[in-house]
Design a protein around this ligand. Structure first.
Ligand SMILES: [Zn+2]
Length: 507
């Protein structure tokens, strides 16, 4: 409690709604799917304080500045299919109601949204949510938003915000920092230090997610140049390059550059345009900076290398990156077919197989139909005899740098041995991006010659130092490296690279 004169603390509401939608996938993320991990009120603060998450960053800054917090709701899924209309409507309504009901005591609102949500009846769900919240908040109080680096946004998405930010790194190791950037802008605005204005530029470029890793050249150089512009111009508060998410088919899919300036919109636009021009200029190299392997080609390469140089505790990583649901089986089928041993396939999503393993119990051998269920593109359903090494419910907090400290519920989980290949089967989709899929079960990544991962960029922070080699393997699933294969309907492909090759005016 403050002594002396009485001054009401400032009060900021916050909320989060997060999903990265592969719009081509047939299964929808329902309200029930979101609700399984949804948090409300003070539970949000208790669960996410001190975590490397956007909301964790909001909380840090607001608490440091003795600003009262009104946490409304936090509902987050990862990279899955479209959201149901019901889910989008529900959370937009709930967040707006939380703001409206407390409007008199609120000074501002911070939101955490992904930017690549897709739902059948909402052409831009994030725009819709921001519009609902603005209507509840009124026209004058600041509304600021932090997006994922893979969000697809345009000027219309941002029409109701005072400032917008996004992660600058992929792997997203700066999620907490992104929340801090947005919250600090809010605090400085409420203190009257700055008057933020924003600009956006879209170069009209798409890249496969695998090549949105921010350490890859030339993307790393473009991001460094954006940081230099932010540092060198006193009126620029923040610049973010957003790669967008090419597997969400929307009118605004693709790269964006956000700039936030202090009162000078012309300056913000100039910076955004400059960075956007460099993305267009480098479009070819951004789209294909490193080689992509076919399944048999990748396994041939690895087996040859292992034969020449016996493994030294540094596994080869085969990246089945086109898999968006963690259940595709193209590489596993080929490994089994060729009798490869000492391989690990962590976090394969298959609730039915996990349930059957639970019924059978640890130590038994059971026939399972494994993987390949999420769509017709997820690869063959594999009939295997699996020895069950461990089975049970599994929850944990992330130990790696990406989303450090976040709670994860895998549901019923089974660790299987199938002809010398270790497979962990989970009931809720989860990405293997660090050592957790091994440590949870008394294993270590270095125990295996080959590890099959499905992450796009987040695995790099942990696995680049420990891997012998990382091979990007393209499979015919819904997140391919070749974007020309995808059946876009909403995106105007005539105006964006790689569909449109030639010179054109920047949009
Ligand atoms: Zn992302």
């Amino acid at each position: 409690m403050s002594a002396g004169f009485q001054r009401k603390n400032l009060c900021v509401a916050f909320a989060g709604f997060h999903i990265e939608s592969v719009s081509f996938l047939p299964a929808f993320a329902t309200l029930a799917d979101f609700e399984r991990g949804a948090l409300r009120g003070t539970d949000i603060v208790e669960s996410l304080r001190g975590t490397n998450t956007v909301i964790g960053g909001f909380i840090d800054v607001l608490e440091q500045n003795t600003i009262d917090m009104l946490p409304i709701v936090h509902a987050a899924l990862g990279a899955v299919g479209p959201a149901s209309d019901e889910a989008v409507h529900h959370y937009a309504t709930e967040i707006a109601a939380g703001v409206r009901d407390n409007c008199d005591r609120l000074d501002g609102v911070l939101l955490f949204l992904h930017g690549a949500c897709w739902a059948p009846s909402y052409s831009d769900p994030e725009r819709y949510i921001l519009r609902e919240v603005r209507a509840a908040l009124g026209p004058d109080k600041p509304l600021m938003v932090a997006f994922d680096y893979h969000g697809n946004v345009d000027a219309a998405t941002l029409e109701n915000v005072d400032a917008a930010f996004a992660y600058r790194k992929s792997p997203h190791t700066d999620t907490g920092h992104t929340g801090e950037r947005a919250a600090n802008c809010m605090v400085r605005t409420l203190n009257g230090e700055i008057k933020p204005v924003w600009a956006i530029a879209k170069p009209g470029v798409l890249v496969p997610s695998i090549f949105s890793a921010t350490a890859l050249a030339p993307l790393a150089d473009i991001i460094a140049a954006a940081a230099d512009l932010e540092q060198s111009r006193p009126d620029i508060i923040d610049v973010t390059v957003m790669a967008g998410f090419s597997y969400a088919d929307a009118h605004n899919t693709g790269f964006s550059v956000l700039a936030v300036a202090n009162a000078n919109q012309t300056s913000a636009q100039a910076v955004a345009d400059e960075v956007s021009s460099s993305i267009w200029a480098e479009r070819h190299a951004l789209y294909r900076p490193t080689p992509v392997y076919e399944v048999s080609e990748a396994i041939d390469h690895v087996m040859k290398q292992i034969a020449i140089t016996p493994p030294t505790g540094k596994p080869y990583i085969l990246l089945e990156h086109a898999d968006r649901m963690n259940d595709s089986t193209y590489i596993l089928a080929a490994l089994l077919d060729r009798g490869v041993q000492s391989a690990s396939v962590p976090f394969l999503w298959d609730p039915a197989a996990a349930a059957k393993a639970l019924d059978a119990g640890a130590g038994s051998t059971v026939e399972l139909s494994l993987g390949g269920h999420s769509s017709e593109k997820a690869g063959p359903v594999l009939k295997v005899n699996a020895r069950i090494l461990w089975v049970g419910k599994k929850e944990f907090r992330i130990s790696g740098s990406y989303m450090h400290g976040m709670p994860v519920d895998l549901g019923v989980t089974a660790v299987l041995d199938v002809n010398g290949i270790s497979i962990s089967v989970v009931s809720y989709p989860a990405f293997g991006v660090d050592g957790d899929p091994f440590y949870l079960f008394g294993q270590r990544p270095e125990d295996f010659n080959i590890i099959v991962l499905r992450s796009k960029t987040h695995f790099r922070d942990f696995y680049e130092p420990v891997a012998q080699e990382i091979l990007i393997v393209d499979t015919p699933d819904y997140g391919p490296a070749n974007l020309l294969q995808l059946p876009y309907v909403h995106l105007d492909t005539a105006s964006v690279y790689p569909f449109f090759e030639g010179d054109k005016q920047q949009r």
